[in-house]
Design a binder for this molecule. Sequence first.
Ligand code: ATP
Length: 219
Amino acid sequence: MQRLRHQYQDGERRHVVLDGVDVRFDRAESVALLGASGSGKSTLLNLIAGIEPPVAGQVWVAGVELSRLGERERTLFRRRHIGFIYQFFNLIPNLTLLENVRLPRELNGARPREARQLALDLLRRVGLDDRAGAYPEQVSGGEQQRVAIARALAHRPALILADEPTGSLDAATGAEVLGLLLDAVRSDGTTLLMVTHSESVAEAAQRRLRLTDGKLVPA
Ligand SMILES: Nc1ncnc2c1ncn2[C@@H]1O[C@H](COP(=O)(O)OP(=O)(O)OP(=O)(O)O)[C@@H](O)[C@H]1O
């Protein structure tokens, strides 16, 4: 990302959230993003995902500068190259765990059999292949987050954006979920950028950055 700037209009006032953010993430790197509430962490993730275009500056992901893409292309790009993990899992409630995990692969055009096999492999990897036919509400929060990780990995993304992935889990379950994410970084060469308020989660990442006054600084 280069000289990223973003602001929101608040009536007459301009609220500058990002004020010249320059950063580069490498393959197979895990980065924790810290910052006070309202410092712009979610805004930064949205810009990196191409959900919102920055007011100024450039975002490059997997060799592509996102502002060169139209909105539909950005959606396809996101589906292909970025995995998302949220604090509250965001699984689709009326799909089974297996169906949740196979969906991204199918949206990217994989054959149903291939998508199913990969989804089963991923559920095995997070230790939940025996619950493949269950629905999200039938499993615990930690298990739902493990499924969300399997889902985020299904299309082999270059980048995983995780917004407080352990924020709603107890310490032991959070540590387990974090371990799975870091495994993906090591074994798949994925880049992981995760927002966290937890110092212990941040300590587990290779690099720690803090958003403060619109700038990104080492933490
Ligand atoms: N769509 C919007 N319109 C106007 N202001 C916004 C919008 N989205 C965010 N903001 C403002 O921009 C600032 C940064 O918000 P953002 O959600 O990125 O912070 P955050 O660091 O993720 O906070 P938290 O840790 O509480 O989730 C906040 O002051 C917020 O009120």
